[in-house]
Design a protein around this ligand. Structure first.
Ligand code: PBG
Length: 327
């Protein structure tokens, strides 16, 4: 048989397969979500996210130590405040749950990289991501509170802020307020293409942030759309975003690929709570091999073009990368 091309030559051994890999992963590219509950002392497992915990402000450093033990050096913080009101004022409180968590982490682990989620839904009593006018989220009113919240995070020592609200113009509003207060060095990671997805269910149960009426379709993106994602990224970049994000990850790999090809900014993807919960429950039912599915799905996100990944599996993935289970 005179075959000239035999791609199998490069698949003959683990050593040559490793040599020829097109996608390489690193623990450096992983970001771990940490939930801080102001009303909690100690650590409590999250029912909707098996394997994940709520941390009281007193014990948030335990989450960090755990990350560091696995070689994960970046986190994104989510807060559950004691008090909620119509405009979400505890989101920017000087002694708010996130502000205190940042201070606690930075006092002990100044080099651990702290990103904060900037949104109103965990802080408003109606659970929407901004200030309401009637039953509608008022875009421009919301920009003021988002910018105030981002500023309070930066002032407490956050390394990076990540607006996830999907209001128009929020990156520019946040940039202006940060710069005006001397925080020119704090980057903005924009949740640029954030879809109105059913995959956020377990997170909303964990964060107590489900909307009390209606849904988020008037601000988060329609899953039917692709070009709209490109527009959202373009606008965020024009407004001064330093990094862009596509969220969720697994059902939007096409969008990740296109954003990676089109834009030069670092691209983040978020493997959201529903993606994690599906793997957890399928493996708990004995239907799939959790470890291999975890690796393969994370790999697909990087192969699609993401440069970094927010994932509830960050610690296990870092272990798997180091152990050579994934490249
Ligand atoms: C806040 C926010 C949400 C998530 C991240 N930031 C929930 C939402 O938009 O309803 C979801 C993350 C996940 O599901 O893991 N707006």
């Amino acid at each position: 048989m005179e075959l000239i091309n035999r791609p199998r030559r490069l698949r003959r051994s683990d050593t040559v397969r490793r040599l020829c890999r097109e996608t390489r992963l690193s623990p450096d590219a992983l970001i771990y979500p940490i939930f801080v509950d102001e009303a909690l002392t100690g650590v409590r497992p999250i029912e909707s996210l098996p394997g994940q915990n709520h941390y009281g402000p007193d014990s948030v450093c335990e989450a960090v130590e755990d990350c560091l033990a696995h070689g994960v050096t970046h986190c994104i913080l989510f807060g559950l405040p004691k008090e909620k009101d119509a405009c979400g004022s505890s989101a920017w409180a000087e002694r708010g749950v996130i502000q205190e968590a940042i201070r606690a982490i930075k006092a002990k682990y100044p080099d651990f990289y702290v990103i904060t989620d900037v949104c109103m839904c965990e802080y408003t009593d109606h659970g929407h991501c901004g200030i309401l006018r009637g039953h509608d989220v008022d875009n421009d009113e919301t920009l003021t509170v988002l910018a105030r919240t981002a500023l309070s995070h930066a002032a407490a020592g956050a390394d990076m802020v990540a607006p996830s609200d999907m209001m128009d113009g929020r990156v520019a509003a946040i940039r202006e307020v940060l710069d005006g207060a001397g925080y020119q060095h704090v980057p903005i990671l924009a949740y640029s293409a954030k879809y109105a997805s059913a995959f956020y269910g377990p997170f909303r149960a964990a964060a107590g942030s489900a909307p009390s009426f209606g849904d988020r379709k008037s601000y988060q993106m329609d899953p039917h759309n692709r070009k709209e994602a490109l527009l959202e990224c373009e606008l965020d970049i024009a407004e001064g975003a330093d990094l862009i994000m596509v969220k969720p990850a697994l059902s939007y790999l096409d969008v990740i690929r296109e954003c990676a090809d089109r834009f030069d900014l670092p691209l983040c993807a978020y493997s959201v709570s529903g993606e994690y919960a599906m793997i957890k429950s399928a493996s708990a039912a004995g239907l799939v091999d959790e470890r291999r599915i975890m690796c393969e799905t994370a790999l697909s996100v990087f192969r699609a073009g993401a440069n970094m990944l927010i994932t509830y599996y960050a610690k296990e993935l870092a272990d798997a990368i180091r152990a050579g289970e994934i490249g």
